[in-house]
Design a protein around this ligand. Structure first.
Ligand code: SF4
Length: 700
């Protein structure tokens, strides 16, 4: 099916990773989309990676959901929305507000997220809204809140240009945030003295040009950064001046001294080189991502890193700081609107009665939950137990992407009422829906996203909405109105939602919180349409720079907190039946469960089928030859994949990309292998610590 012509040329934002690259969009007279990097966008200055460059190949209308469907039959919007609203209302009346839930996504635009959060928390009266961002950055949120009092990214992308040492830990930036990696490479070309250190059990593509690679034992990051903190103390590098802005130094040092560097498995020489570089250089940025977050001790890992920066005052100043990079295009926006089960809007705290009441009053809301709702893993467990009876899943594919995915798929299949809003009918989750709502996709919808360095950018519609597709905020507002909350959801445009959200953030600013964009609360429709990339905060007193150079933390005493943390191994233990450790992650040219990127032959050509990286000695010991089919078995599930024998993965560990799904990998879904073990503080699953058996596959 060919798209109708829509001759435009617009600035927008890439819908994939959290780098948040600006794109220029045009539609030619054949209806084909043209995509180029935006030379003026401060995130990418015109660069795009393979995924961003192939965006035009991924917007075909094949498999598009174009009409609402109820029980597999096409219907009209009124019938579908009435059914959703009535069923949610009846379920709440019968079983209470906590019997329903929304599971949303970092693919939502900020305006969509805001409306979803407002409906669930302020009007349904439950905090049962969680997001697939729980799977990628919840540990960072929890670590930030423990250290800074709020979920604040202290630095900016400019720090990568100004740093003298960049440390990547748990981040294959070259493949997962390629334009940021290209930015580092460009700086190193101009300034060869800038050093790059990669901390990762695997020798990833990010190591190819690194000055130093630390192949630490999987999950031992806390031991490494505790070792660094102890070394900082030993060398007399604690910043006595900055210490007046910091609490918890002594306790953190006691823990650091007591920890066991041997857990990292790193040689003394490699450790000494790393400590010399880190300690001997003032301008250090430590970038971290899923290798840190996706762990049963992810929050402690984040705090082990921030401890080192707080102890040395290397935070919030040019070229210095801990720096988390987000996985999804709007994971950050979701955090800002409070679209997680344990958060309130605008970085206010759900457990703080003053914050709750302020938001409730602002929304003129009838209710406001006082306790956190169910985080992703708990939510699907409750679905499986029949406690959640009505579930609305928006732009995500949990039947594939959740840990213990087979159980999650069965839980969704057994739920009384499942609504799925998506652009496609072809996901494992969409197939389980009672009601399917067709949503507008990237290139067709309007709103804002926030990237990893707090830059809010507009996504703009360059293509007409196909069929009967509607934006997510519109669907949510319609259901809100049909549930009886007319006045609160009378939005006509995303600009109205954005203005309301910006005004609410002024309340957060009034409580001394970091997230304040009240300077944008009076944007006209035209100014919203033209909004250039803008880094928050944006208020009369504050403008988009760095945080914490001179203290000013958002904790009750205004001090940055150092936390006593201690290394803990992954929860699952290797044993005779499951002798290998399973690491999972992304590959360069695919995105999530491949619903879009698999449409591009160019992207699919990079790595065409699911595989397992295994060390040559392990492959030989297991009798696995090159390109052989391999059976992976964990206590949770099984999958059959192709062997990729390489010494990039260490002995005793195997690596599997997480993208392939039931649809495109009939041999198994990778997240079905991953246990639903979570970090007790953040609720983030340990997606990199399963134990697995690896044997040749013999077809019967
Ligand atoms: Fe898109 Fe990320 Fe690539 Fe930029 S780096 S083009 S945001 S996928």
């Amino acid at each position: 099916m060919k798209r109708p012509q829509s001759a435009c040329s617009l600035r927008s934002t890439c819908p994939y990773c959290g780098v948040g690259c600006g794109v220029l969009l045009a539609v030619d007279d054949q209806g084909a989309l043209e995509v180029r990097g935006d030379p003026d966008h401060p995130a990418n200055f015109g660069r795009l990676c393979s995924k961003g460059s192939a965006l035009s190949e991924t917007v075909s209308l094949d498999d598009r959901l174009l009409t609402p469907r109820v029980h597999g039959q096409d219907t009209d919007w009124d019938s579908a929305l009435d059914l959703v609203a009535t069923t949610f209302k009846d379920t709440i009346a019968k079983h209470g507000p906590d019997s329903v839930a929304f599971y949303v996504s970092g693919q939502l635009l900020t305006e969509d997220y805001y409306v979803a959060n407002k409906l669930m928390k302020g009007f349904i009266g439950s905090a049962n809204i969680d997001t697939n961002s729980r799977l990628c950055m919840a540990s960072t949120v929890a670590g930030h809140k423990r250290a800074f009092g709020t979920d604040t990214v202290p630095g900016t992308y400019e720090d990568l240009d100004e740093a003298d040492v960049i440390v990547l830990t748990g981040s294959n930036l070259a493949w997962c945030h390629p334009v940021l990696y290209q930015r580092i490479l460009a700086t190193r070309k101009a300034r060869p003295d800038q050093k790059l250190v990669v901390i990762d059990p695997r020798r990833t593509a990010s190591c190819d040009l690194a000055d130093l690679h630390l192949p630490l034992a999987l999950g031992s990051d806390v031991a490494l950064f505790n070792g660094l903190l102890a070394e900082i103390e030993k060398r007399g590098l604690i910043d006595a001046e900055f210490a007046k802005y910091v609490s918890g130094l002594d306790a953190a040092l006691v823990s650091a001294r007591a920890d066991d560097l041997a857990a990292t498995g790193l040689s003394d020489d490699v450790l000494a080189e790393f400590f010399d570089l880190w300690c001997g250089t003032k301008k250090v940025v430590t970038i971290f991502s899923q290798g840190v977050n996706q762990s049963s001790s992810g929050t402690d890992k984040v705090n082990a890193i921030t401890n080192c920066h707080l102890a040395t005052g290397r935070i919030g100043k040019p070229g210095m700081g801990p720096f988390s990079v987000t996985g999804q295009p709007n994971a950050m926006g979701g955090r800002e609107v409070g679209g997680l089960a344990n958060m309130l809007a605008c970085h206010l705290d759900l457990e703080n009665a003053d914050h709750r009441n302020a938001v409730k009053d602002f929304w003129s809301a009838p209710v406001m939950p006082e306790v956190a709702g169910l985080k992703a893993v708990e939510m699907f467990k409750a679905v499986g137990e029949g406690k959640i009876k009505a579930l609305w899943i928006i732009h995500t594919n949990p039947a594939v992407s959740m840990p213990d995915a087979d159980k999650v798929r069965d839980a969704i299949a057994g739920c009384d009422f499942v609504v799925v809003s998506d652009i496609t009918v072809a996901t494992d989750t969409a197939r389980l829906a009672h009601v399917l709502l067709p949503a507008t996709g990237w290139g067709e919808k309007d709103g804002t996203v926030t990237n990893s360095d707090r830059m809010m950018s507009r996504q703009r519609a360059v293509l007409p909405a196909p069929g009967l597709a509607r934006p997510d905020w519109h669907q949510l507002a319609e259901v809100g109105r049909r549930m009886g909350f007319n006045a609160a959801f009378e939005y006509e445009t995303p600009a109205e939602i954005f203005r309301e959200y910006a005004a609410l953030s002024g309340i957060a600013g009034g409580f001394g919180r970091d997230f304040d964009i009240s300077g944008l609360a009076d944007l006209s429709n035209t100014a919203y349409a033209d909004l250039a990339p803008t880094r928050w905060p944006v208020s009369s007193g504050k403008k988009g720079g760095r945080f914490f150079a001179d203290g000013g933390f958002f904790t009750p005493d205004g001090k940055g907190r150092m936390l006593p943390v201690a290394w803990k191994p992954p929860v699952a233990k290797t044993e005779k039946r499951y002798p290998f450790r399973l690491n999972t992650g992304r590959i360069r040219d695919q995105w999530h469960t491949m619903t879009r990127t698999a449409r591009s032959p160019r992207l699919s050509a990079h790595l065409a089928e699911p595989f397992v990286e295994i060390h040559p000695e392990d492959a030989s010991a297991q009798g696995i030859g090159p390109t052989a089919l391999v059976l992976l078995k964990t206590p949770n599930g099984r999958a059959i994949v192709r062997a990729m024998i390489t010494d990039r993965t260490p002995k005793g560990e195997v690596f599997v990309p997480m993208h392939w799904t039931g649809e495109n990998a009939p041999s198994g879904r990778i997240d079905a292998l991953v246990p639903s073990v979570t970090d007790p503080i953040s609720g983030q699953p340990e997606s990199k610590g399963a134990v697995v058996s690896v044997t040749p596959f013999a077809a019967k």
